[in-house]
Design a protein around this ligand. Structure first.
Ligand SMILES: [Zn+2]
Length: 66
């Protein structure tokens, strides 16, 4: 992931945060790449999610990483 994550309201750097679900890793599903052979059969893939928190206002954003 390039660049630095910043809060859109405070314009300060977001800090990495830990996320606890109690049910294992937190992930999102996304469509496979359109030119991927798996996409033709409707397979989705899971992405790891990195939560980041604003130290000023507490905003939490989630970044899905390949
Ligand atoms: Zn903020």
């Amino acid at each position: 992931m390039g660049g630095e994550a910043r809060c859109p309201d405070c314009d300060v750097s977001l800090e990495e945060a830990d996320l606890f679900t109690g049910q294992g890793e937190f992930r999102i599903r996304t469509e496979a790449e359109s030119d991927d052979v798996l996409a033709a059969v409707g397979v989705t893939k899971a992405l790891d999610v990195t939560p980041r928190r604003c130290p000023d206002c507490g905003l939490v954003r989630f970044y899905a990483e390949e």
